[in-house]
Ligand binder design. Sequence first.
Ligand code: GLN
Length: 228
Amino acid sequence: MVRVGLAMLQGARYEHAEALRAASQQLGLEIEIVHLKMGKEVNSSIDCLVLPGGESTAMRKASESESLLESVFGWMKAHPRRPVLGTCAGAILLAQPHSNYQPFIRTGISRNAWGRQRDSFEALLEVDLEIPSGAEVDSIVDTRNQFNHQPLPVDVLHTDVERHQFHGVFIRAPRFEQSTIECLPVAHLGDETVGVLDGSKLALTFHPELTGDYRFHRWLLHRATVES
Ligand code: GLN
């Protein structure tokens, strides 16, 4: 049983929960998703963690009253080998945790560097990361919140898993400062690195949880089984 902490600060949280459930079924792995809202809920029983995308400034603010981020950063420092998946704003938090912490990924990152919301885009990426394959499962419809958040109908059929393609969804995305990357590039948009792996921390500037392709979530869960 893998316990997955999902930071419920703001942003695409429910989509991650659905992707995690689907990935766990693909792997035939039992998981428990712990919806983290308060700092005191983050403890050493959590095996791995998801930092969703959204708005990093809003996340930092939302975290203030219950000090969730502080606890999440503390957990990462205390358990450096336990895997973390940070998407978009989550990648920003990994690269720029607040002042008491060293960056968890060794790369600079610039917020909103592709432009404004209307400059959001989708593009085919190349992925260079070892990911366990998963069985076919029906799509998972989790309990939705009142906004009925659900994955975008991104057609993953056009991606070719064999050729390591991935459908990247970029929403007011940050950019890694390319010349500052000192960790492993694992996702590429042409010549540009859009995903990095630093030890156990996987940071993506796009949103895999908004597609029906659960490879990165499988990576996280599998890695958690290896590290526990
Ligand atoms: N623009 C957001 C930020 O700076 C990130 C966008 C996203 O997570 N989709 O926090």
